[in-house]
Ligand binder design. Sequence first.
Ligand SMILES: [Fe+2]
Length: 317
Amino acid sequence: MTASAKITTPVMDMADLPPQSALAPASEAEARARYFNSGNAFNIKLPPVPGGVFTEPARQALSADTATGFIACDQSAAMGCAFPVTSPLMLARYAVIGAGEHLVADFEATGSIWYVIEGKGRAVQGGETIAFAKGDVFLLTGAPAALEAATRTVLWVVTNEPQLAFDADRRPTEEARPVDPVHYPAAEIARQIEIIYGAAPNAQTSGMALIFSSDRQQAARNILPTLTLSLNTLPPKTHQKAHRHNSAALTLVLNGDDSYSMVGGVRCDWSPFATLVTPPGAPHSHHNGGDSRALFLIVQDGGLHYHARTMGFEFLE
Ligand SMILES: [Fe+2]
């Protein structure tokens, strides 16, 4: 009597299968094919977007001995991303321009959103000139621009370069550009805020915020097709209810003594002109414990999510 041993081949978990290629490709096109499965290429988890506050680039930008140039809030190393990113689709930078000097902005982006932290000067793009001063907001197209400083100038600028880099896309040609340069002077911004404070919010309103758009983006109520810009405010001793949305937010702190944000359960204390990163989907709330109105400028990839019907906004309290 012979015992027959049953030989069992261990079955590999499909999640551990390496990428597959054609067994006998008959062409270069067939040889380029790779095959994955529902175990090793489903619900892919990428390194998360770190939330929190960038204070060091702000400190550097505001330091009097920092030379003319850009300082990026780059999280590409933490996010395993091949190009500079602050959030997956947006990049925030500080720009420093010495008195009498100039800086060229030549971004592979649909447009760039600027806030003047200090100083004054002018932005020259194509045939247009925007004379900017402290507290102004302006929008440039994707075309190269020169920024000239009359006095030492510090700006904050956000673009959608990561969005275009991700899709190997290129900035639109002059004919295809969806926006023209737009200037929102500080005094007009202040007047618009007072108009809002003269009206009443309703239960569905998220804070008392001014939303920036233009003649050509009026139907979408955005500043760029994929980006939204708002100046949010919080009266003294109030907070904005906890909420979440699938757009990431890059926030520049303009005014907020004794203010902070809760982002994903972590307290982020505000400091002047710091950049706060709110990762997509993260629960967050903003709190003004001080005696003056808090002001914060927020760029979000909201246009993209509005278009994709994936904004997923909800209050959490
Ligand atoms: Fe929010």
